[in-house]
Design a protein around this ligand. Sequence first.
Ligand SMILES: Cc1ncc(COP(=O)(O)O)c(C=O)c1O
Length: 431
Amino acid sequence: MTAPAPPTDPRLKFLWRPYTQMQTESAPLTAVETCGAQIKLSDGRWLIDGISSWWTACHGYNHEHIIEAMQKQLDDMPHVMFGGLTHEPALQLAYRLSTILPGARTPDALSHVFFSDSGSVAVEIALKMAVQYWRNKGVPGRKRFVAFQHAYHGDTTGAMSVCDPDEGMHALFKGAIPEQIIIELPRTADQMAAFEQLLMGGQNEIAGVILEPLVQAAGGMKFHSPEILTALREACRRHDTLFIADEIATGFGRTGTLFACEQADIVPDIMCIGKALTGGAIGMAATAANENVFSAFLSDNEKAAFMHGPTYMANPLAAAAANASLDLFEDGDRLEQVERIEDALRDQLEPCRTIPGIKDVRVMGAIGVVQMAQPRDIDWLRQRFSEENVWIRPFGDIVYLMPSFIIGADEMTALTGAVVNVMNEWSKRTG
Ligand SMILES: Cc1ncc(COP(=O)(O)O)c(C=O)c1O
């Protein structure tokens, strides 16, 4: 076993870290072990994890059922290419997903599952699928997308193009990526009418509309109602425009139902899933399409085939982890746990509402958000949280919690207690 890296590890300079100003940001903490809802650091401390590794570890870390399934798969076949070959873990997973995704066993079902290795790539695939769908149908001009302010769909070029171009992380790339139609998420009757007009006028240009259902996550944890989601989906149906739901953040129970679309009783044409698909054990994502989309790729013409195929597509190890994660959703009481987390978040974050400088406190499912009026002292906040032995990473103007569903009641109280204490300190400090 190698010794834990000291805090000033000289090897750090070889790491280029995500979303990090490498000149000024302090050294990262070194994680050495994970268990349940906690992360152990090289200094021996255990931190209670408030964000379940970017919202992936829904069953907690190192769940024995997932580890066992992966260990078995590792012995049999860690990887094999997917072109011309298939395997049991992928066959099982595609079938099982088709039975639980919104619309399962109806004519609208999302029964055609295309695997990939990350959420951003699943979004790229959805966008490409929509463009090629129209090309295959003889409408090549339909190649632009409508997306929404505060959206975040990933960091690759196509995915960046449907993110918020101003408020998001990609403003720097304006002009270097395809320009899409980015509008305010319609909330009023007038805005909804304008959206309909846009779709009506764009029938030779717009390929699809892409939205994170109910929660725009990395763009600031902004919520919208199921009614808005239903209205947007129905407008797309009326104007023959593909509706793409990006459930990479919301999927697998996070908002209180297995998928957020269920709360609006809608089924998209194309849906992206990722993150918690493998229970946080290993990277995997998928893009699922309905029969109408899939059938547009069926032809005697080879060129009508969907032109995509990542090298590690449907990786058997990841598919085994995902199947094991689905077992845990079937056998466990995950949605009841989400309900309990929701109650705890509502109750325990409430004191933040009256802290000067706090603009909003909101909760949906296992997502709790404390929004600051001004984003100040984010590095100080991060430092203070880790001193409190919790792992919470504020960004932009929000401090948020998205814990593992198996988190214990005491761990939950420690997390929310840290948020209330540290935000009180922050408020006094920032005046
Ligand atoms: C809604 C949504 N879509 C796409 C992505 C990109 O996923 P990945 O980081 O796996 O590429 C994210 C990541 O936060 C996300 O929240």
